[in-house]
Design a protein around this ligand. Structure first.
Ligand code: IPM
Ligand code: MG
Length: 356
């Protein structure tokens, strides 16, 4: 029996998770080869409210023993004033770190039917299809020392950006594998003109990438510019934690809506965490109009990378594709004054397509 840990979280997290679980249940009813059991827990702000901590140790323990974690979103204005290490986001960061999920895959592509939703001109956006491989358990997010200290005019906050050879090597290897399954092109993004950690990064990338992969390097500021100027030049991008955080938000908008972007966080074992790239969207939470597709596509990635069921991954992705191609839209994708469907209606549409 494989265990899937379900962490709906905050804001729109529970709403989009509901639709995703309906799809999972539908599949489990039909495929007797799949032996999957789910366990649901509070996480993030929801957990702070009930248990005074964003991630209980029993939740982490359950996660460590599972095959896959499905996570909705965490955070919201209610918890914004808490100190950094008590905030809902800590749940995410701790899960990533403790579960050893160092490789974050964030695919972004422009669906032909949605090219008009992209803020880029059609001729720039059309055909863009890239994958950001973001290092997830090191770099500026985790390096020590870090802290905030002193008082008044002497108050000072600081973080450290450090990468070891091993950390860069293993994320590069993930990116190389991904590039091989795509077009064989890899762009490594750093800031080697300024940062020592980036100099090391580049050195290790050069040592690690084999000659069958077409490798180029780009400074992060230029990469941000190139993403909006000519996104089609990219296939796989590999980069550090902080740069990847920023570039993946930019990449998500190219596709028209961050509401479409799924992600997988992987390590050396089968265990992976699957979550949308978007956040908890407190402004629309409870409206019933959130876009569940990024969460649903994250379930597809779970089938592919953790649950040994790539066929279901393909079927879910194909169903989502058809929902989009047939013009069904949630509010985030509808044009001004255009009709849109609710979260539930889009979930229904995906189920209908799956049933076809
Ligand atoms: C993301 C998010 C997180 C991050 C936050 C919520 C901690 O922005 O997954 O991109 O910075 O990694
Ligand atoms: Mg982010």
């Amino acid at each position: 029996m494989e265990k899937v840990i379900v962490l709906p979280g905050d804001g729109i997290g529970p709403e989009i998770m509901d639709e995703t679980l309906r799809i999972l249940d539908w599949i489990l009813e039909r495929d007797s080869d799949l032996e999957i059991e789910t366990e649901e827990y509070d996480v993030g702000g929801a957990s702070i409210d009930k248990f005074d901590t964003p991630l209980r140790s029993e939740v982490l323990e359950a996660a460590l023993k599972s095959s896959a974690i499905l996570l909705g979103a965490v955070g919201g204005p209610r918890w914004d004033d808490l100190p950094v290490n008590h905030r809902p986001e800590q749940a995410l960061l701790k899960l990533r770190k403790e579960c050893g999920l160092y490789a974050n895959l964030r695919p972004a592509r422009v669906y032909p039917a949605l090219v008009d939703s992209s803020p880029l001109k059609n001729e720039r956006a059309s055909g863009a299809d890239l994958l950001i491989v973001r290092e997830l358990t090191g770099g500026l997010y985790f390096s020590l020392p870090r802290g905030i200290e002193g008082a008044g005019e002497n108050r000072r906050g600081y973080n450290t950006l450090s990468y070891s050879r091993e950390e860069v090597k293993r994320i590069t290897e993930v990116a190389v594998d991904a590039a091989r399954q795509r077009s064989g092109r890899l762009t490594s993004v750093d800031k080697a003109n300024v940062l020592e950690s980036s100099k090391l990064w580049r050195e290790v990338v050069v040592d690690t990438v084999p000659s069958d992969i077409e490798l180029n390097h780009m400074y992060v500021d230029n990469a941000a510019m190139q993403l909006v100027l000519e996104p089609r030049q990219f296939d796989v991008i590999v980069t550090g934690n902080m740069f990847g955080d920023i570039l993946s938000d930019i990449a998500s908008q190219i596709s028209g809506s961050i509401g479409l972007l799924a992600s997988a966080s992987l390590g050396d074992s089968k265990l992976g965490m699957y979550e949308p790239v978007h956040g908890s969207a407190p402004d629309i939470a409870g409206s019933g109009n959130a876009n569940p597709l990024a969460m649903i596509l994250s379930l597809a990635m779970a089938f592919r990378y953790s649950l040994d069921a790539p066929d279901w991954a393909n079927k879910i992705e194909a169903a989502v594709n058809r929902v989009i191609e047939t013009g069904k839209r949630t509010a985030d994708l509808a044009g001004e004054g255009e009709d849109f469907l609710s979260t539930r209606e889009i979930g229904d549409a995906v189920l209908d397509e799956l049933a076809e």
